[in-house]
Design a binder for this molecule. Sequence first.
Ligand SMILES: [Zn+2]
Length: 220
Amino acid sequence: MAAFVALVGEGNKFSKLEMFNAVPGVSQADRRMRDLREIGWVIDNYKGNPTLKPDEYLVRKIGIRVDLGEKPPVSSGRKSVTGAKRRRIFDRDGNTCQVCFIAGGSEFADAPGRRATLTIGHIIPVARGGSDDDDNLRTECQRCNDESRDATLNPPDKNEVLTRVRNVGGRADKLELFQWMQRGSRPLTDKERIFTDWARLPVSQRIELMAELSREVHGS
Ligand SMILES: [Zn+2]
């Protein structure tokens, strides 16, 4: 992929089709572009550059030539978050995406059949100096972790959100909301944590648990 984009050259465009033809077996074009962006490549797509068509890319800067054996700096990249740390963050966040609050393994409400896989995201991106410290890390689903999401998911309107903020309740409610915004995440309630853990049980155990709860809430 790097070799192909380098061949296109800075200042030139290429289409998805040209890329698929040139790099056999490649899939998830946007993800591959993101991998390159993380190592210094600047590649525009139509979401960030309205002069481009939806299947077009513009090469603005050639980054680290991994195709020629150049090595990215060791401090960058997602791989720096290790297994134990990943598990600790997932656990802290209740195995729930801290952006859209979908539980790992759950189906997206607006995309039936597509399930959330969880990953670790940086609140301040590594590229902008964000660290791998726990307080800069959070659980994200693959969709919220994808930088192109805002353009693909009908982002809410700022003024509409502001109106809802003003109507949310008294000063205490607003203060709580402000604190969530400041943290970049919302603390989960016990009920939410129980629900997401329940959702991760095998189906048969979920049904058994529901039967137990049903006896308590409906009487047996
Ligand atoms: Zn999400």
